[in-house]
Write a protein that binds this ligand. Structure first.
Ligand code: DX5
Ligand code: ZN
Length: 239
């Protein structure tokens, strides 16, 4: 791991929140260790599930203190970008597999003033991003097949994140690497060491008996300790 690594960000996923109490859920995250709020939109076509969309985002945005990170698991996302920005999105991530004209879609997101992200399904190789990497703000690596929360983390993701990190460095891209699906304290350390900058977590955060705020604080402490240990190890190597 290199010393220039950015401090990892935490992005709890609303998919696992209490959807009958979204105002309360958003408000209790306001003073938590969450850096972004992850908002999963599913259309029942790109993925075999339907979640929530524009009116719900607009409602959540009224109470949100952190930037809202919108993950569009939908076909033809280009038709809805401005509406998601207007509803409160700070970042908009579209799927590589859903965009034959990805370069245009990425430029459209940036022109709207949002962070532009591209998500890769577990079977999609990172090498396909070579010609777009320099234009991206975020690359989201799916560590489960998109569509549902609470699935098991796919171990190959670690190798994929490390390969993506190399590709981004080679392309001179500053894009953040975001990992989404089955993330918990069991894999957060290795993910960050492989190069992850943003950790999305749904069930691990919201289903924990101690609740999301305490769980996010525990994740933040763990990541801070990891960083301190690394800095100390780096300093020892220099002596
Ligand atoms: C899955 C979504 C994820 C999901 C993560 O399609 O993109 O953001 O909410 O949930 P967990 O952490 O429970 O796998
Ligand atoms: Zn997601």
């Amino acid at each position: 791991m290199n010393a220039t690594r950015r401090a990892p960000l935490l992005a709890p996923s609303f998919l696992a929140a209490d959807l009958a109490n979204l105002q309360a859920e958003t408000e209790r995250l306001a003073d938590s260790a969450a850096d972004w709020l992850h908002f999963d939109v599913m259309d029942g076509r790109f993925v075999p599930n339907i979640s929530f969309g524009l009116p719900v985002l607009q409602a959540v945005a009224k109470y949100a203190k952190q930037p809202i990170d919108v993950h569009l698991m939908i076909e033809e996302p280009q038709h809805y970008l401005a509406q998601f920005r207007d509803a409160g999105a700070s970042s908009i991530t579209v799927h590589y597999e859903a965009c034959p004209h990805l370069h245009r879609v990425v430029q459209q997101i940036k022109q709207l003033g949002c962070r532009a992200g591209v998500a890769l399904n577990p079977h999609t190789p990172v090498a396909l991003l070579e010609d777009i990497a320099a234009d991206l703000d975020v690359v989201l690596v799916m560590s489960v097949n998109p569509g549902f929360g609470g699935q098991a983390f796919i171990p190959n993701t670690l190798k994929k994140v490390a390969m993506l990190k190399e590709l981004l460095v080679d392309c001179g891209s500053d894009a953040l690497i975001e990992v989404d699906g089955g993330v918990s304290l069991a894999n957060a350390g290795p993910l960050v060491e492989a190069g992850a900058d943003v950790l999305v977590a749904g069930n691990f955060v919201f289903s924990a008996p101690e609740g999301p705020v305490a769980t996010l604080a525990r994740m933040r402490d763990y990541l801070t300790n990891l960083e301190t240990a690394e800095l100390n190890a780096g300093a020892r190597r220099k002596q």
